[in-house]
Design a binder for this molecule. Structure first.
Ligand SMILES: [Zn+2]
Ligand SMILES: [Zn+2]
Length: 249
């Protein structure tokens, strides 16, 4: 079944490291291909506890947008889970080059467990099973960061952490749009605010936009209320992700 399961919806320091919400990343199942996106702290725990049956041994690829800990903490854990503790060589790991540099996110012993490691480049297309993965241009976020469009029947676009810039939407046209909205108000931080997300959603006009990766200012303001307001303002179906939420594609 094509679906998106949210293994966590927390973003930024307090929400993640106090586990106000979970932070296990996003499970995307599209065209018979399963991709785990940004396996943050608790990804395996949330995978195994999920009401939607998710078998880590069936993951075809892990996609890492950038090396911040709230996105990559469970990378090695999930590589072990995907490969049955290394007994089954399988799966692809997509990650930015700085995730393999000094302080590598993927430990060297675990690299031999997977079938392929793909270093992400901007504006590139990769084949994965029956999917095409199109990376965005490099985003603005301190460390090397890429979003992507996952195309297979439907197209699911994912905008991870980034500072807003005009034209940001150009790389993310798709049927379903997932946006990390860390902040309620605009700021100088390298994160999107709700107002900026609105501008992006208006420009892309997806069937459905799902906001997630909430910092404390978003959580305090009740994301589901904000999403409803946004939906009325832009006339597009906007949903606030909840921990464990399954969205059928
Ligand atoms: Zn983040
Ligand atoms: Zn980040």
């Amino acid at each position: 079944m094509d679906r998106i399961v949210f293994l966590g919806t927390a973003g930024a320091r307090i929400a993640v490291f106090k586990q106000i919400r979970a932070s296990g990343g996003i499970w995307l199942e599209l065209n018979d291909t399963r991709i785990l996106i940004d396996p943050g702290p608790g990804s395996l725990v949330k995978c195994c506890a999920s009401r939607a049956k998710l078998d880590p041994l069936k993951i075809d690829a892990i996609f890492l947008s950038h090396r911040h800990l709230d996105h990559c903490a469970d990378m090695n854990v999930m590589v072990e889970a995907m490969t049955g503790g290394g007994l089954k060589k399988r799966g692809v790991v997509f990650l930015p080059s700085d995730a393999l540099g000094e302080d590598p996110v993927l430990w060297s012993y675990a690299r031999s467990y997977v079938e392929e490691i793909v270093i992400l480049r901007e504006n590139e297309t990769y084949d994965l099973g029956k999917l095409k993965i199109h990376t965005s241009r490099r985003l603005i976020h301190g460390v090397e960061t890429y979003g992507a469009r996952f195309e297979g029947g439907k197209t699911v676009a994912y905008i991870p952490d980034t500072k807003f810039f005009p034209g940001l939407w150009e790389n993310f046209k798709g049927d379903i749009l997932i946006i990390n909205v860390v902040r309620r108000e605009k700021s100088e931080y390298d994160h999107l605010s709700l107002e900026e997300a609105k501008e992006i959603i208006k420009a892309i006009k997806p069937e459905t936009a799902i906001i997630t990766h909430f910092g404390m200012t978003m959580i305090m303001a009740k994301p589901w209320v904000l999403a409803e307001k946004l939906r009325d303002e832009v006339g597009i179906n906007v949903i606030a992700a909840r921990d464990g939420m399954q969205f059928a594609l």
